[in-house]
Design a protein around this ligand. Structure first.
Ligand SMILES: Cc1ncc(COP(=O)(O)O)c(C=O)c1O
Length: 460
């Protein structure tokens, strides 16, 4: 990976050797304590104006962002290892996204695709049909959020199969709407007090290599889950198995090799739809265009969001044409789904991913981060596992020499990273996973500095 990124009109004027991306110098700068005084004032207003249930990980208010840097209202520049939860894959305010959005808002901002359509929606669907796994004939539909995409995938699967039951996995995260809360595994904070939940959702064990009580390979872990589905639900009642090929909020759990192909093969044999939720893992994040590509798994339906549109709200469902087209006209849609401005952003983001080889960039990020994380794990016995793929990497923090989760230490380490100007996120069923999701355009120098800050935080 080089430290000099593709120049654009807005990335000029770099005399010091420090790259400038989207007008932001790619340099960590601490001018105040984190959060600074202006952020603290804004946080007081937040407490007075915003519902308490809308939590904030790091109350640093952002004024600008670009590449791998977030600039706050106090003038601090933080290294971004979060990408707004895997969204700004192409970087924040990425020039081609901004140009597309500018051009679109000048022309029109909304018509409702279901009323009077526009070409941008078609172009995004064509791109999704081309880029998602498999060469079969596909159709897509667009919505606003990941949860909405998952809801629609379930609707389509039920309509096509005429069956009700849906299988999901331990540690899964699929969203916060009523149906997707039922599909999400973790109670706090996502479900507690929000029931009753939608019915006909059945949860089975995931392949979670670090936490298996006894060694079990991917095929074995799949057989364990599928036999439960067979006996407790009945394959003939199942519309779909919905799986994140690498789990996101649940802890960046990478199933053992062979798990996903075995689940997909069972689905095929039983006429159950295999639905890949690629909302966090998709769009170059894992060093393949989609995480399913890694094992050549071809889902019947794929849900996408986050990295698709460079920060604007857009999500999609893509699938085999006979499945997608089984729904009656008017059965799918929504007022804002596939908004023209979000579509323009997506076309800019997808062009960047393809033209700038961001799949390769994700692999190069892994080549920088993984050996450093593994070296840290060798020095810090509280790091029980280093896992993930591409620019979707994580460490699991435990009591040394055990698999007992240490959520308190994980929070302390993450807070120390924040204080040092490194934005990290935690995740995991047990709250003990630190995840790293840098934008794919981040300069290598910031990756290396981020790991140094992480090491200091581990030692603090
Ligand atoms: C795998 C997965 N599915 C679904 C969702 C829900 O997406 P959204 O927050 O856009 O509704 C997320 C969000 O983190 C996710 O990671």
């Amino acid at each position: 990976m080089t430290d000099t990124l593709q120049p654009s009109a807005r990335d000029a004027g770099n005399e010091s050797g420090v790259p400038i991306i989207s007008g932001v110098r790619q340099q960590r700068v601490l001018r105040t304590a984190i959060p600074g005084p202006r952020s603290q004032q804004l946080q007081e207003r937040k407490t007075a104006a915003v519902a308490a249930g809308v939590g904030v990980t790091l109350p640093v208010y952002i004024a600008a962002a670009g590449g791998g840097i977030l600039v706050d209202v106090d003038g601090n520049q933080l290294i971004d290892f979060g990408s707004g939860i895997a969204v700004t894959t192409v970087g924040n305010a990425a020039p081609r996204v901004v140009d597309g959005v500018r051009d679109q808002v000048d022309r029109f901002t909304h018509t409702c695709f279901m009323v009077t359509p526009y070409e941008g929606y078609l172009q995004v669907c064509e791109a999704l049909n081309r880029l998602t796994p498999g060469n079969h004939d596909k159709r897509s539909m667009l919505v606003n959020s990941g949860a909405e995409a998952v809801e629609n995938a379930v609707k389509i699967a039920r309509r096509y199969t005429g069956r009700d039951a849906v299988a999901v996995f331990d540690h899964a995260y699929h969203g916060r709407t009523n149906l997707t809360m039922a599909m999400t595994a973790k109670n706090m904070p996502y479900k507690d007090g929000f029931g009753p939940f939608a019915g006909e959702i059945y949860r089975v064990p995931m392949s979670y290599p670090f936490r298996e009580p006894a060694p079990i390979d991917g095929a074995g872990a799949a057989a364990r889950a599928l036999s439960l589905l067979d006996k407790q639900v009945g394959a003939n009642r199942l519309a779909a198995v919905v799986v994140e090929p690498i789990q996101g909020e649940g802890g960046f759990v990478v199933p053992a090799p062979g798990f996903l192909p075995a689940v997909a093969a069972w689905c095929r044999a039983n006429h159950v739809l295999f639905v890949a939720d690629e909302i966090q893992s998709g769009f170059a994040r894992t060093g393949d265009m989609f995480a399913c590509d890694h094992e050549g798994v071809v889902p019947d339906l794929v849900t996408t969001a986050k990295g698709i549109a460079g920060g604007l709200p857009l999500a999609g469902v893509t699938g085999r044409s006979e499945i997608m087209d089984s729904v009656h006209s008017g059965g799918l849609g929504g007022t804002y789904g596939g908004n023209p401005v979000a579509c323009a952003a997506a076309l800019g983001a997808i062009a960047m991913i393809e033209q700038d080889d961001l799949v390769g960039a994700a692999r190069r990020i892994e080549a920088v981060l993984r050996p450093r994380l593994e070296a840290l794990a060798a020095r810090h016995p509280e790091i029980g596992d280093v896992r993930g793929r591409g620019a979707m990497l994580a460490i699991e923090i435990v009591a040394p020499g055990t698999t007992t989760p240490d959520a308190a230490r994980t929070s302390r380490v993450s807070a120390a990273c924040h204080a040092a100007g490194l934005v990290t996120l935690t995740c995991g069923t047990y709250g003990n996973v630190l995840r790293f999701l840098p934008p794919l355009v981040i300069p290598e120098s910031l990756l290396v500095e981020g790991i140094e800050l992480l090491e200091q935080a581990l030692g603090s």
